[in-house]
Design a protein around this ligand. Structure first.
Ligand SMILES: Nc1nc2c(ncn2[C@@H]2O[C@H](COP(=O)(O)OP(=O)(O)O)[C@@H](O)[C@H]2O)c(=O)[nH]1
Ligand SMILES: [Mg+2]
Length: 376
C-alpha cells in the first residue's frame, strides 16, 4: 500500500495530481482544507490492483471473489502481459465504436448513469444525485468519476468541529429517542475531560418525562456538575446566571416532527439573547422524511448544524446525508453506539461518505448472497 498527500487550490486540482501519480484506482482516504488549500490523502494498493486483475491459472474452480494474499507473486512479465492485453481490448473497443471519440462515448453512456445508480442505492435523492453529477468534470473512467463524486458529496456535508462555532451555550434539539440526552452527556463529558467539572453545567427543558430527567441527573451526579431544570423564560435565565462562567449544555424534550413545542423550546433559548450553538440531532436509522420534517421546523440558518446519531443502526446513510445537505446544515459530529462519551466523533465528510458507500455495498450484496435466516 502506498499512501501519499497532495495539495491543490481545489479538490479538482488535487485530484488531478492523485490521478497523475497514483492512477485512477487510487482510494481517497481523507480530504481537508489546510490554509485555503485542499489536501487529499490517497492510497493505492499496488499488489492488489495487479494481482486481482491476473486470472487464476490452476487449482480449484474459482467461486465468487478470488482471495489474493499479500505475497502473491506479481512478476514484471505478468504485468507486461496484462498491459498488452488491456491495449488489445482498448483497440477492439475503439474499433467497435467506429469514428466516435472514445472518451466522449464513455462519458456520455457509461459513468454518469452508473454513478447515478450508485448514488441512488446509497439513499440519496434524485435531486442531489443530479446536482453531484452535473458538477462532475468529464471523466474517462468510472472509478475516477466515482472518487470525484464521493469527494464532492463529502464537501457538500460541510463537516466542522463544534468548537468552530462561537457560544458558551450549546442546545440540542430533535425527535423522541434520537439521542439528544446522550449527545448532551457526551459533549459535556468530553468538555470535562479537557477542562474539568468546574467549567461545565447542564440544563434540561425536558419536563415531560420523569425518566428523562433522572437519566441526566444521575450523569450530572456521577461527574459532579450542576444540573438545573427550567420550564420557562425566568427559570432558564436564572439557571444560566447561576452557571455563569461555565460551558452550558441544554437538553430539550423530544418532540414529534410536527409538534410546535419543538420550535417553542428553540424560541425560549433564543430569548436568552446570548450566542448559542443550536444543534439538531438526526438519527441515521430514522426515515429520511422524518428527518426532513424535523429540520423544516427551523428557519434557514436558525441551527448551527446537525449531529447524526445511530449511524451503527442505519441500513443506509444517504437519506440523512441528503437531508443535512438540502437543509444546508453543517455536520458537527456523529455517533455510532450507546457508550458515553466514547461513541461521539468529530464530523469527517470523507468517513461518512465511505460509510454510506459501504452500507450500500453490503445492502446490494446481501440481496444476492446472504441466505435468509430461519426463525428458531
Ligand atoms: N445504537 C445507538 N444507540 C444510541 C446512539 N445514541 C443514543 N443511543 C441510544 O438511544 C436511546 C435514546 O437515547 P437518548 O439520548 O435518551 O435519546 P433522547 O430521547 O433523544 O434524549 C438510548 O438507549 C441511547 O443509549 C447511537 O449513536 N447508537
Ligand atoms: Mg432525552
Amino acid at each position: 500500500m502506498r499512501i501519499e498527500r497532495y495539495t491543490g487550490r481545489d479538490s479538482r486540482s488535487a485530484m488531478a495530481q492523485v490521478r497523475a501519480e497514483l492512477g485512477s484506482d487510487a482510494l481517497i482516504l481523507a480530504n481537508k482544507r489546510v490554509g485555503g488549500q485542499i489536501e487529499i490523502t490517497a492510497a493505492v494498493d499496488v499488489e492488489h490492483a495487479v494481482a486481482s486483475a491476473i486470472p487464476a491459472r490452476s487449482g480449484s474452480p474459482v467461486s465468487g471473489r478470488r482471495v489474493v494474499s499479500a505475497d502473491t507473486p506479481t512478476s514484471e512479465i505478468q504485468l507486461k502481459a496484462l498491459e498488452k492485453e488491456l491495449d488489445r481490448l482498448r483497440g477492439i473497443l475503439e474499433k467497435e465504436l467506429g469514428g466516435r471519440n472514445w472518451q466522449e462515448a464513455t462519458v456520455a453512456r457509461g459513468p454518469s448513469s452508473a454513478l447515478r445508480q450508485r448514488l441512488l442505492r446509497m439513499g440519496l435523492s434524485r435531486v442531489l444525485a443530479g446536482e453531484l453529477l452535473d458538477s462532475l468534470p468529464s471523466v474517462e473512467r468510472l472509478n475516477e468519476g466515482w472518487q470525484l463524486t464521493q469527494l464532492s458529496l463529502a464537501e457538500r456535508l460541510q463537516a466542522k468541529s463544534i468548537e468552530q462555532i462561537p457560544g458558551n451555550i450549546t442546545a440540542v434539539y430533535g425527535g423522541t429517542g434520537v439521542g439528544k440526552t446522550s449527545t448532551v452527556a457526551r459533549l459535556a463529558g468530553s468538555h470535562i475531560q479537557r477542562l474539568g467539572p468546574e467549567m461545565v453545567g447542564l440544563i434540561t427543558l425536558d419536563n415531560y418525562r420523569i425518566g428523562a430527567q433522572e437519566q441526566l441527573a444521575s450523569f450530572a451526579d456521577t461527574l459532579g456538575i450542576p444540573l438545573f431544570t427550567a420550564n420557562d423564560r425566568q427559570s432558564l435565565s436564572l439557571a444560566v446566571r447561576k452557571m455563569q462562567g461555565r460551558r452550558i449544555y441544554i437538553d430539550t424534550a423530544g418532540m414529534s416532527q410536527h409538534d410546535s413545542r419543538l420550535r417553542g423550546q428553540y424560541a425560549l433559548i433564543r430569548e436568552l439573547r446570548k450566542p448559542v450553538r443550536h444543534l439538531l440531532v438526526l438519527a441515521a436509522s430514522a426515515q429520511a422524511s422524518q428527518c426532513r420534517a424535523l429540520a423544516a421546523n427551523f428557519a434557514p440558518r436558525a441551527l448551527s448544524g446537525a449531529i447524526i446519531s445511530k449511524v451503527d443502526e442505519a441500513q443506509s446513510l444517504g437519506g440523512v446525508l441528503d437531508v443535512v445537505i438540502s437543509a444546508n446544515l453543517p455536520v458537527l459530529g456523529y455517533s455510532d453506539g450507546q457508550r458515553i462519551p466514547e461513541d461521539l466523533y468529530e464530523a469527517d465528510g470523507i468517513k461518512l461518505v465511505r460509510r454510506a458507500v459501504q452500507l450500500a455495498e453490503v445492502g446490494s450484496a446481501s440481496v444476492v448472497s446472504r441466505p435468509l435466516r430461519s426463525a428458531g
